[in-house]
Structure formats: structure tokens, C-alpha cells
Design a protein around this ligand. Structure first.
Ligand code: MG
Length: 248
């Protein structure tokens, strides 16, 4: 069942999202070559707490940390560790917060120092596909219009979308119905209506779409070793069009 949110509930989700967005922005300014991913996790957790929120991922299905941090060929769900970020890496930063009983969720992929042009194109295309998906978040449309927009955008640029993981509804739970795939034909699935709140999150590989999960049971990596990027926003569907709740 898709739980529709009132204006008041959307405002609460917006506050959780704001904590996420501000903490990610702070983290973007903090991350430097030589830091461990655990240091990034500690920094962002302090940021969430300082803003009156709680970490949403910590303890979720026993995930041990606040931040999912996924480097280069890691797609999503990387666990913070003693691993060091290096000049030329791309680092996916996925963060969730709880505020007043409501969840917010967002992700960005950042470049550490200088990266190759083709890598920077991967980041641009992945973020662009997120906005292409968001643009389809219109009352009266269908859920898979979002999915189709993401996939077409990515594939027109010669990259591939990951199909093993999908976006989701969000509210009083981190993951609610509906699932929001980043692929598929348009015009399918539930009709989009006012009060739906969705986390849209394309994961895009430079090479083939296939991924596998490492022995830590969390970290997903590309099977072919190609680079992968991930961007995510939490949005509300309104009569006036989609509103991005997790943008500063
Ligand atoms: Mg999410």
C-alpha cells in the first residue's frame, strides 16, 4: 500500500531531508585525499546529531554505520572502514536521517581531486538522469514514467543503469511502497498522485549493468570492475509539480 502524506507530514519529511542535505554539503567540503571512510562517517554522524536528527541507516538491518560510502567500482552500500580515499577517486555518499519520526534520504557522488573527463561525464549523466526522472513526477502520470526517463537518459549517453537496486517510497519508514525502478517501459505502475513521497536514486555504471555483493553482505560492486555513480533525492508529488525535499 502506498501511504499518501499530508502537507504537515511532508513538512516533517522536508526537515529530515534538510538535515541530510546540510550534512552532505558539509561532508563535500570536508572530504580530502588521505581520509579514511570511517572518518567521513564520524564527521557526518556528528553533523546529523548537531542538527537534532538521528542516523537512519545505523542499525537498519544491522548496517553498522551512519553513511554508506562507495568508492569507484563500488555501486552502493559500502561500509565505512579504514579504507583511504585517494586523489582521482569517485565517492558515493548516501545518507539518511530521522527527524520527529520521519525519514529523509539523499545521495551524491563526488570527485576527490582531479578525475578523468570520462569519469566526470559519468557523474554528470547520473545526476542528469535523476533530474530527468524527477521531471516525470507529475500528478496523473505513472510511476514507470520516472523509471523510463532515467533509463533512456542514461542509455542515450552510453552508460548502463543498475537493475538490482531501486528507489522507494519514504515517510515514517525508510523504505515504503512503491519501489521505484530506474528502468522499464513508461505508462506502467500506480498513477502518481498528490501526497506521494519518493526517493529516486539512479545507480549508473560506466560499463555493464551487472553487480555483485561482497562477502561483507552489503557492499555492491560492478562485476566488470567499471566505475559506478549514484545520486538520490527525496521528492514530493504535488499539484504544482515535483518538489525536491532534499535539495538545499
Ligand atoms: Mg534510498
Amino acid at each position: 500500500m502506498i501511504i499518501l502524506k499530508s502537507q504537515e507530514e511532508i513538512e516533517k519529511i522536508r526537515r529530515a531531508c534538510r538535515i541530510v542535505a546540510e550534512s552532505l554539503e558539509a561532508l563535500k567540503g570536508y572530504i580530502k585525499p588521505g581520509m579514511t571512510t570511517k572518518e567521513l562517517d564520524r564527521f557526518v554522524e556528528e553533523n546529523i546529531l548537531a542538527r537534532g536528527g538521528r542516523a537512519a541507516f545505523k542499525g537498519y538491518r544491522n548496517f553498522p554505520a551512519t553513511l554508506c560510502v562507495s568508492i569507484n567500482d563500488e555501486v552502493v552500500h559500502g561500509i565505512p572502514s579504514e579504507k583511504v580515499v585517494k586523489e582521482g577517486d569517485i565517492v558515493g555518499l548516501d545518507l539518511g536521517a530521522i527527524y520527529d519520526g520521519f525519514y529523509g534520504d539523499a545521495a551524491v557522488t563526488v570527485a576527490v581531486g582531479e578525475i578523468r573527463n570520462e569519469t566526470s561525464r559519468l557523474l554528470k549523466v547520473t545526476e542528469g538522469s535523476l533530474y530527468a526522472g524527477i521531471a516525470q513526477g507529475k500528478v496523473g502520470g505513472r510511476l514507470s514514467d520516472i523509471s523510463h526517463a532515467v533509463q533512456s537518459y542514461v542509455e542515450a549517453e552510453g552508460f548502463s543503469v543498475v537493475t538490482d537496486f531501486v528507489g522507494h517510497g519514504i515517510g515514517r519508514s525508510l523504505h515504503e511502497e512503491p519501489q521505484v525502478p530506474n528502468f522499464g517501459p513508461p505508462g506502467r505502475g500506480p498513477r502518481l498522485c498528490e501526497g506521494m513521497v519518493l526517493a529516486i536514486e539512479p545507480m549508473v555504471n560506466a560499463g555493464k549493468p551487472h553487480v555483485r555483493v561482497l562477502a561483507d553482505r552489503w557492499t555492491a560492486v560492478t562485476v566488470d570492475g567499471s566505475l559506478s555513480a549514484h545520486f538520490e533525492h527525496t521528492i514530493a508529488i504535488t499539484k504544482e509539480g515535483p518538489i525536491i525535499l532534499s535539495r538545499l
